[in-house]
Design a binder for this molecule. Sequence first.
Ligand code: PLP
Length: 379
Amino acid sequence: MEQLINPNVKNIQISGIRKFFNMVEGVQNVISLTIGQPDFPTPSHIKDVAKQAIDQNFTSYTANAGYLELRKAASNYVKRKYRIVYHPESEIIVTVGATQGIDIALRTILTPGTEVLLPGPIYPGYEPLIKLAGAKPVYLDTRNTGFKVTAEMIEKAINNHTRCLILPYPSNPTGVSLTREELKEIAEVVKNKPIFVLADEIYSELVYEKEHVSIAEFIPEQTIVINGLSKSHSMTGWRIGFVFAPAYLTKEMIKVHQYNVSCASSISQKAAIAALTTGFYDGRLMREEYVKRRDYVYEQLIKSGYDTVLPDGAFYFFVKIPTDFQLNSFDYCLKMVKENGVAVVPGSAFSEYGEGYFRLSYACSMEKLQEGLNRLLDK
Ligand code: PLP
């Protein structure tokens, strides 16, 4: 019977991150600089609302697209931040984390044989979903452009099969972001072509000195914006994401969503309303702390002769493995765990364009970071 299983599912590889964790499981006294989520608790005013929601019996299905009150709050958030209007009734879907938003978007726009452009190195969550839809991931090498995809690269790569461009900025694993000018140039290349842009903006609230710009500002008709509360309000386990897109797209996406999950959790949605209406400043403390840690890590890495890009946002550094190690990224990270007692993620987990690098997360206490860096840099 096993041969009857959908090959698109069978061929999904377990993620490089998971593979690495399986290898190092059980090694004692390791400082982990691998974390992919904020190390702060969800703000208590949000937790209180969730507790009240349970007591007040907000425990039923909600509208498939989510509570209208939440969609209104999400619409106001986007209007305030980007001056873009998405109608709560027809252009917003509340999803089960950003992950499910990415899934329903890709399943709605991709057909077998179509191609998706992705800047590499990149978060490993897209490729399996692209392949499940029978489409083909096509990576654009950003190693020589400071990990930024450029309009020129995109223009060269577009062919008759190209259906989607993924723009995941600020980036996991590199922390870099695109400027207004860079996004405008990209928008000009894809404008009026039969190509959608999937803008994964899950780290949009974790941008430091710079302003976060959404490509939806330039080509709203072609853009599907993915966002959520996982990183902005330290709510990864609550599973609340959003899709913002024109109604001609959301009216199709909602069908996939409805038959897939019905709706996001009612209790989490109530908490999300609090996050977006009274939690404007929740991220400020987190950002201040991340900037301190980022600057500390950067200083240490540069002082020790490591090659890296100063991140604009998120909480990751993507660092080149010094050539004297003569190890691929997986073996280098294994060595760090076993011999130095510190864990970082092999760059190869972020596509072949991540080979030769490792990802270091500073979503952990300053104390842990200091000790972890001492071990990593062998001080
Ligand atoms: N997109 C990117 C770029 C991410 O790094 C992550 C999580 O690490 C996600 C999406 C998933 O977000 P969520 O937990 O809201 O599904």
